[in-house]
Ligand binder design. Structure first.
Ligand code: ARG
Ligand code: ZN
Length: 425
């Protein structure tokens, strides 16, 4: 018997059978306060159980004493999990009482429906919509946008990069931004689309974006993990994180964490070599076509790309290397004091919202194999991972009405950093 089953069996013996079998009507998200090592052990058991998906932290192995765990629980497991928590006196609150309602808000996409946001960039979009938009935008703005195929996903979907440039001659400086490396983080692709739209609309109207586009090329990969993104839109697994690569025929678990698949102390502490873990590192560095395509592109453009940004959610953080070790990056003080601290202060001032900032390993957890550390070691000395809104109220189910502010906050940080990089390189 698996440990959780054993615990549940115990509860069932001590309760009425009908209570034990009863279920909640809805999938829920619980916020659980973990204090003791006992709690940690129980939570690691619970989260390896099928009816739950960890929101925070990303993997059961990251659960520590004195931490806040956000756990998605399927309706059929709500009763079991909450009973277990009560039995062991582990305090919890219900963060989201009805996740279906929020999923419905995120996927309601009919612009003729007055309840859905009218504006394209204030809504979430299916993968097909995004591909259509990328190519339409490339056609409509052929003077500023070039669509480049940099490879394809495991399921053979194209990885399309939008190259944005001002109306001017060639320059030898560039920045890169990818969104949606993790499937369930829907605000990330939404930000890439938002950013492209903003750049095209405000070129020659806003001085900062104009300066950026006049002095560098901006490479945008709106959906780095298209297979995973599609999967979260079309199956019940809204909370899927990894890509969809099938290791061997018949292997029971699918998918590699693309942000553990890069060659930066690959698969050391903070990543998992278990294919069933949400932070599975893959069979070798760049084993995944999505990671390989990005790495290949950046290797071949490393003399021009001066800034790397990867967009994730949630938790509101502005991070820079290293995440793969506790070492301090050579330009740590510049990244910390002149860039992310500055950006966080401005976000607080203009938007009254709090963003944590710092080196990845010290700010969240050790996480080797990340794209930001790899890009940094390639020589891109300005390398960042942003975690956008929120801090857990809605988590991955952030309603569309929050898209504008979430994107404006991130845009502010991108501008501050990009303008600094242009001055320094
Ligand atoms: N939440 C992100 C992850 O777990 C954090 C990324 C920070 N950077 C990194 N290289 N791990 O992937
Ligand atoms: Zn992520």
């Amino acid at each position: 018997m698996k440990p959780l089953t054993k615990l549940l069996y115990f509860i069932c013996l001590n309760n009425f059978l009908e209570m034990c079998m009863s279920t909640s009507e809805h999938d829920q998200v619980l916020s659980i306060t973990v204090s003791t090592q006992d709690h940690v052990d129980i939570m690691q058991n619970v989260t390896s159980h099928n009816g739950t998906v960890l929101w925070q932290p990303a993997s059961p192995s990251y659960i520590t004493t004195n931490s806040e765990v956000h756990l998605y629980v399927q309706s059929t497991s709500v009763e079991l999990v909450t009973q277990l928590l009560q039995q062991h006196q582990i305090p919890f609150t219900v963060l989201v009482e009805n996740t279906e309602e929020l999923v419905e808000m995120q996927t309601r996409n009919d612009s003729s429906d007055p309840r859905s946001g009218g504006v394209y960039h204030e809504r979430y979009h299916s993968l097909e919509d995004i591909y259509f938009w990328i190519n339409q935008t490339g056609q409509d703005h052929s003077d500023m946008v070039k669509v480049i195929d940099i490879g394809s996903s495991f399921e053979k979907r194209p990885l399309q990069v939008m190259k944005l440039s001002g109306r001017r001659g060639a320059v030898n400086r560039a920045m890169w931004m990818d969104c949606g490396i993790h499937a369930r983080e829907w605000i990330a692709p939404a930000f890439c689309l938002w950013f492209v739209n903003y750049a095209l609309r405000f070129y020659n109207h806003n001085s900062e974006i104009t300066e950026m586009l006049n002095n560098m090329d901006i490479y945008i990969l709106p959906v780095m993990n298209p297979d995973g993104y599609k999967y979260t839109w079309t199956t019940v697994e809204r909370m899927w994180r990894k890509n969809r690569s099938v290791l061997k025929e018949g292997s029971e678990c699918v998918g590699v964490d693309l942000n553990r698949n890069f060659d930066a102390r690959w698969c050391t502490k903070g990543a998992s070599n278990d294919p069933c873990d949400p932070t599975y590192c893959g069979q070798y560095p760049e084993s995944e076509p999505e990671a390989e395509a990005v790495a290949k592109f950046l290797r071949s453009h490393k003399d021009t790309v001066k800034l790397y940004i990867s967009i994730h959610s949630y938790s509101q953080m502005l991070l820079f290397p290293y995440s793969c070790s506790y070492d301090e990056a050579p330009n740590h003080n510049e990244l910390q004091l002149e860039l992310v601290k500055e950006a966080s202060t401005k976000i607080r001032r203009y938007y009254r919202n709090h963003y944590k900032y710092g080196a990845g390993a010290k700010t969240i957890y050790l996480a080797p194999g990340g794209s930001d550390d790899w890009a940094y070691n390639l020589g891109i000395k300005y390398s960042f991972t942003f975690e956008l809104q929120d801090r857990g109220r809605y988590g991955f189910l952030l309603p569309p009405s929050f898209i504008p502010q979430a994107c404006n906050e991130a845009l502010l940080a991108v501008k501050i950093i990009a303008l600094h990089v242009m001055k320094k390189t």
